[in-house]
Design a protein around this ligand. Structure first.
Ligand code: KG4
Ligand code: ZN
Length: 359
């Protein structure tokens, strides 16, 4: 191991995630792994409004970020002086919420005189299965299924992402959330709809499988939501049918996600599939993907359950991988976020290059 490697091996990266309705903080040590992480969910705060209220989200991040940083450092057995670098989510996400994490991280970086790295939220998600006990290795296909995104990417290395297909309208998580809302379920809808689906038997409602045979790897979920709306608007609709409808909705989403993920493996010739993002927690999706992927002799990898939804660990980890691969970070107190930021624009870590998000 060279001297440079030794220095890098000892780095502790503080990760900060504030892109939406979860405040996440973590410390990742490039030698010892994840030392600690804390997530505070704002579900209770937004529940009364049936969805995330951006201004309330920002204020709650401001309130809790310093507390979580203190608690996480304590749990990790280190102090602020031990932090060698800071990684924060710079986008995509809610502008105000992102600005809270960005300003906090950038100012702390100046105060501690350590490099600061702006991280793409979806890069955090797609690299998070590498934190598992049984991690995949590059290259792999990533199925990113969150509340804001549904994408299939070919991943060759950190920062080397090629978009294979994406949703043309709603994201899979968004479809779960919106469908749950129109079925009268509470917030957050996705997990509640999934839980209800577990109690129902699919096969009663003929719902569409949008773009299943489109011949490409793109998705569309808004028509499926409309099909459910048509069912619940029928005069003979009964509340006692909700579990069966939830099961049919889930089955339709899972059918399409499985078929397209398999299509991506076939097209790319790769044999590892990584599933990341909140919808990746869906039990039925996992069951179906496990079966379908093993049938074609490939393997599927998921993040640890606690790291499926938004968290600081995946951001600290992505920052650590970038630092180790040669990215230098910066330390100039410039707070820049990018609420819309295509993942395929990312590049491999490069010391010479300024990788600031453009805004
Ligand atoms: O990745 P994530 O925590 O946040 C975003 O970056 O969007 O994903 C949240 C999304 C929400 O739409 C939520 O309803 C969905 O993931 N979700 C689920 C499940 N758990 C979370 N959807 C289906 N089944 C689940 N078990
Ligand atoms: Zn996310």
């Amino acid at each position: 191991m060279t001297r440079k490697d030794k220095v890098l091996a000892a780095m502790k990266v503080l990760g900060i995630e504030t892109s939406c309705d979860e405040t996440g903080v973590a410390v990742y040590d490039t030698e010892a792994g994840l030392l600690g992480h804390r997530v505070h969910s704002q579900i209770d705060l937004h529940a009364a409004y049936g969805g995330v209220v951006p201004e309330l989200a920002s204020r709650d991040h401001i309130r809790l970020l310093p507390v979580l940083v203190r608690q996480t450092l304590e749990a990790a057995g280190c102090s602020l002086q031990d932090v060698s670098a800071i990684a924060y989510t710079a986008g995509p996400g809610l502008a105000g919420a992102l600005l809270v994490g960005a300003s906090f991280a950038e100012s702390l970086g100046v105060a501690l005189d350590v490099p600061v790295l702006p991280i793409h939220h979806l890069e955090g998600h797609l690299l998070s299965p590498l934190l598992s006990v049984r991690p995949p290795s590059f290259p792999f296909v990533a199925l990113l299924v969150s509340g804001g995104h549904t994408q299939l990417m070919s991943v060759s290395a950190v920062g080397d992402y090629v978009l294979l297909g994406e949703t043309l309208d709603d994201a899979a998580g968004e479809a779960f959330d919106k469908t749950a809302k129109l079925m009268g379920l509470g917030y957050p809808g996705g997990p509640q709809l999934a839980a209800l689906a577990e109690t129902g038997v699919p096969g009663r409602f003929a719902l569409p499988r949008p773009m299943l045979r489109s011949g490409d790897l793109d998705f569309s979920f808004s028509g499926l939501k409309t099909a459910v709306l048509n069912v619940v608007s029928r005069p003979d609709w009964s509340d006692t049918d909700t579990a069966a409808l939830a099961a049919d909705f889930q089955e339709a989403v899972v059918d399409v996600l499985c078929a397209k993920a398999l299509g991506a493996l076939k097209l790319s010739g790769l044999s590892q599939l990584v599933v990341a993002g909140g919808v990746g927690a869906n039990r039925r999706l996992r069951e179906r993907l496990d079966a379908a992927v093993s049938k074609v002799g490939a393997e599927v990898f998921y993040p640890e359950p606690a790291l499926c939804t938004d968290n600081g660990a995946m951001i600290a980890f992505a920052g650590a991988l970038r630092l180790v691969a040669g990215e230098s970070g910066r330390n100039d107190a410039s707070v820049r976020v990018r609420p819309r930021w295509p993942l395929a624009e990312l590049q491999r870590p490069n010391r010479e290059q300024d990788r600031l998000p453009g805004g």
